[in-house]
Design a protein around this ligand. Structure first.
Ligand code: HXC
Length: 521
């Protein structure tokens, strides 16, 4: 066999380096400069920012586009996306990072196949997959091939949903098909000011509906955080958003077969939480900060909120309790008196299901007077949407603890993970009250005749309200009937919740055979 000369070997190595360098340049220095001028990082800088130093192993570097009539003259280094695997705080993840400098990060057939290759590897090996999205949507020049590429990705987003965590960071203008893949993942994080998500852009909208709208007002981070509920969190810039992706991973396991990682904490398990006495106003009409309640209870007072600006009448997010990741669902008495409406039901149901797929126990904090009454809510389908929440709680088999902080009335009491809907443990503070409705409303209905026929209706009304309050406006009736497991002191709350989740740590619960449930959508 002929020996290879050093010269030949060097030429081969030089060829590899030349090719790799070309791909690494993406769409070239000019377009990279534009990316920086817009305040964005490049696809490769984002990967470097996200992963542990030196951990990235790139795959499919030399992929070329699929060709076709309109692509003949076009060069697309790396096919417009950087893909591979690396680690975050030592945990393996798979990643793809769309390169806007190459044909606007548009998605062609082979570009899609680079992405599906890492999605398949992530699913086979049981690791999270993180998409860094910055794409102009379907690559127009490739026609049906690019649509097919999206199909391949959407299909995997669906079949791997609930198997491994899928996280999407939106870091540029994501248009058309580029938004539907993120929408099918578990979490969508956006960057303020430089990222947009829309199905059709401002120009198409103008030509069809004659509406004038800016990119920001149509699909910027603020819109998707506050109005549409599409985004779960937003960062001030790319680095901030990528940092949030890492924080999010702290609460998630590698896959659905594992439990989320326990995090060491110096916060004592039995830390006194008597500050709750100052935070929770016992008068049922006075709002207080449920976020402060949460922070008082949890490790290091840190609450990583999910969808903080959408449906603010309910709070969702992650915490650690004694090192154990826990998902929180809590009424927010500061906003719409914490009533449940359509958006709140959707927000909570989605979060409960996310926790359940990834074995994150759920803590529910209850202070709720009911579902929001009104024609608008009824006609927009509060029945259908509220049902999602009931369904999601009942369906979830993770450890579920409920803490009633104050009011728990009517249907909303049931919807907030009551005993009968599947709570494993129900605790109540002394300020709690479980009833069909508030004392005033109840007295007016139940004792209407007595009040009407009384020589002094107001005095009778006051007396009947007092009677009803004594009967129901406290935690003891529910505790006497076993709907509440224990009424606890404010100062013991943290210790007891940690103890409760520790009791439930090995919980196993099976369900009757089914292909899959049919949650109302
Ligand atoms: C191929 C594209 C492209 C596309 C942009 N480019 N969109 N190439 N296919 N869809 C190219 C541009 O020609 C340009 O190339 C480079 O990307 C950057 O684009 P610019 O327009 O200069 O950038 P910018 O001004 O920042 O605007 C970004 C943008 C805009 C808002 C995303 O490009 C845009 O509106 N593009 C079209 C979006 C769209 O309608 N996509 C198709 C959706 S339909 P050069 O060489 O100059 O750098 C779809 C169907 C799938 O996705 C549906 C599945 C459900």
């Amino acid at each position: 066999m002929k020996q290879m000369s050093n010269f030949e070997l060097e030429a081969m190595i030089a060829e590899l380096e030349k090719r790799r360098h070309k791909v690494e340049l993406g769409g070239g220095l000019e377009r990279q400069k534009k990316q920086h001028q817009q305040g964005k990082l490049t696809a490769r800088e984002r990967i470097a920012e996200l992963l542990d130093d030196g951990s990235f192993l790139e795959l499919s570097t030399f992929t070329e586009h699929v060709g076709g009539l309109l692509m003949r003259e076009i060069d697309a280094p790396g096919e417009g996306v950087v893909t591979g695997s690396g680690t975050i705080h030592g945990r393996r993840v798979y990643v793809f990072s769309q390169d806007f400098t190459v044909l606007g990060g548009s998605l062609g057939k082979r570009n899609a196949q680079k992405i599906t290759k890492v999605m398949d590897l992530a699913a086979k090996t049981g690791c999270p997959v993180i998409g860094l999205n910055d794409s102009a949507g379907a690559r127009i020049q490739e026609g049906v091939d690019s649509l097919s590429g999206y199909g391949e990705i959407f299909y995997r987003n669906a079949i791997y949903s609930g198997c491994v965590p899928q996280i999407s960071a939106i870091l540029g203008p994501c248009a058309g098909g580029a938004v539907y893949s993120p929408a099918m993942t578990d979490f969508v994080l956006m960057t303020e000011g430089t990222s947009y998500m829309f199905i059709t852009g401002p120009e198409v909208i103008k030509s069809v509906t004659r509406e004038n709208v800016s990119f920001e007002d149509l699909g910027g981070a603020e819109v998707h955080m506050k109005k549409s509920g599409v985004a779960h969190q937003s960062g001030k810039n790319d680095r901030d958003t990528l940092q949030m992706v890492k924080t999010l991973l702290d609460y998630l396991p590698q896959n659905a077969r594992e439990k989320p990682p326990v995090k060491a904490t110096r916060d004592p398990r039995n830390r006194d939480t008597s500050k709750l006495k100052e935070i929770i106003d016992p008068s049922p009409k006075k709002p207080y900060s449920m976020i402060e309640v949460i922070r008082e209870i949890v490790d290091d007072h840190f609450f990583f909120e999910i969808q903080p600006d959408f449906a603010r009448n309910i709070l969702t997010g992650f915490v650690h309790l004694g090192g154990q990741p826990v998902g929180i669902v809590a009424n927010n008495p500061r906003f719409m008196a914490g009533t449940l409406n359509i958006d709140a039901s959707d927000k909570a149901a989605r979060f409960i299901r996310t926790c359940d797929c990834f074995n994150v126990p759920i803590l529910t904090l209850v202070d709720v007077t009911g579902f929001l009454p009104g024609v608008q809510q009824e006609h927009a389908g509060i029945i259908r949407h509220g049902a999602k929440m009931l369904y999601a709680y009942a369906e979830a088999t993770v450890p579920k603890i409920t803490l009633i902080t104050r009011k728990a009335y009517g249907g909303a009491y049931l919807a907030m993970n009551s005993r009968d809907m599947g709570a494993d443990l129900v605790f109540a503070l002394p300020t709690a009250a479980v009833a069909v409705m508030g004392a005033e409303g109840a007295a007016n209905i139940v004792y209407r005749k007595d009040i009407q026929q009384s020589p002094n209706p107001e005095a009778t009304r006051a007396e009947k309200i007092k009677t009803y309050k004594e009967a129901f406006d406290n935690p003891y009736v529910a505790a006497a009937r076993g709907y509440i497991d224990e009424v606890i002191m404010m100062e013991d709350t943290r210790r007891i919740l940690i103890e409760g989740f520790s009791m439930l740590a090995q919980k196993e619960e099976s369900r009757p055979y089914k292909k899959h449930g049919n949650i109302p959508l």
